[in-house]
Design a protein around this ligand. Sequence first.
Ligand code: FES
Length: 165
Amino acid sequence: MNQTKQIPHNLPEDHAQKLAQIEAVIAKYEAKPSNLIMVLHAAQGIYGYLPYVVQKFVADKMIMAVSEVSGVVTFYSFFSTKPKGKHTILVCMGTACYVRGGKKLVEGLQKHLNVDVADTTEDGKFTLSIARCIGACGLAPALMVDDTVFKSVNPKRLESVLSKY
Ligand code: FES
């Protein structure tokens, strides 16, 4: 009987190579819990996000329970268990933006894109996220799409902002 392990269809084609890169990172660290966050940062940098299969791989290589690894991944907001969209929208919810309508922008985007915060659109085009301050407080409310800052945005402008992508 053929014992070849099948890679689930939703994993990237270079899944094995990425795991090999993560394994090389782990080899540089001692397999102890205090190094886990550094390893997970590197793993997310390599893989793009941290699905269960990667969490399990890291746990096995670091001789830890996968529940410990999953606990850290879900605790810190900078770790993501889902793939990011092609473009990341960061809506500022810092004080200046919040009081000048940041919340309305988030609601407008949720409705327009049909996603929740931290989710990716079905076509994989946009991931919606929240930021604390993106340095454009004078022209709040502001948002960023990838590296571009859009200032004084109101819900009516959202469509024209998104149409650039
Ligand atoms: S609070 Fe939004 S840019 Fe600073």
